[in-house]
Design a protein around this ligand. Sequence first.
Ligand code: PRT
Ligand code: ZN
Length: 283
Amino acid sequence: MLRIAIQAKGRLNEDSSAMLRELGIDLDESKRKFLSQSANFPLELLYMRDDDIPAVVASGTASLGIVGFNEVVEKGYEVQVVERLGFGGCRISLAIPKAEDYDGPAWFEGKRIATSYPNILKQYLDRQLIHAKIEVITGSVEIAPAAGIADAIFDIVSSGGTLVSNGLKEVERVFESEAVLISSGRLTPDEQAVLDEMLFRLESARISRGKKYLLMNLPKASLDKALQILPAMRSPTILPLAEEGWCSLHSVVDTASLWEKVRQLKAIGAEGILVLDIDKIIL
Ligand code: PRT
Ligand code: ZN
């Protein structure tokens, strides 16, 4: 049994659960508790505040965690980042009142900056050789300049809407983040086997994203041309049809090039083209 800590409520909760479900792991979400066990996979879920996830993983209370990379770096606990997960994308940026003229990081010399990420901010200011006063605030950082608590803020930005509605402008993008899978790095062989199975499923889900399954009927005379158009993983599957001179061709294509391929295939006589979603690809 492997224990994983995920956010109980908030921006990463839904995507974390959705990711586990995509791996075929059933979650008991109807009567969510602090701790719950998957019915079909040796995984136990520990629901917590995101701020606490790096610490519970570092201590080994949970072997794995799903949390924003920003929290991992800010808290500084010793954990291993196993995978970037591709959701929860955001950045931590410096922002100042929009009427201010900005001429580079030196603007911040001697200023007061409000943030919930003092460590990441301090590392940045040290690299830039800037001395500024860091005011630690845990919520509603964006109101600090208007409230006279600070001259600038260092906060998470995603669309930028919060900054605009608070009369601020983003001037330095300092830190890029997304949700990551972290590990204590001290898994037993049994736990490691469960993690390996999760990573295997994650990889197949990742490969199948952005791909479609194509089926069509094709004159046999066009087969060579079709094989040039469709470089499938190994080679396309070709099946005979009852009708003389025709075959059925199956292949996998990138969604990005789908319509281009369909146009080329029609031009060489393909008919009855079916485009299907792919659930998983296992190589
Ligand atoms: O209760 P708990 O402590 O678990 O949750 P929390 O309130 O501390 O965190 P939560 O749920 O807000 O965010 C969890 C994680 O989501 C963060 O640590 C980031 O890794 C990631 N994430 C992604 C974000 C955002 N996008 C985001 N936009 N976290 C916060 N925001 C906030 C930001 O603080 C600002 O107030 O959204 C606002 C800015 O958004 P835009 O779109 O207006 O720019
Ligand atoms: Zn939090």
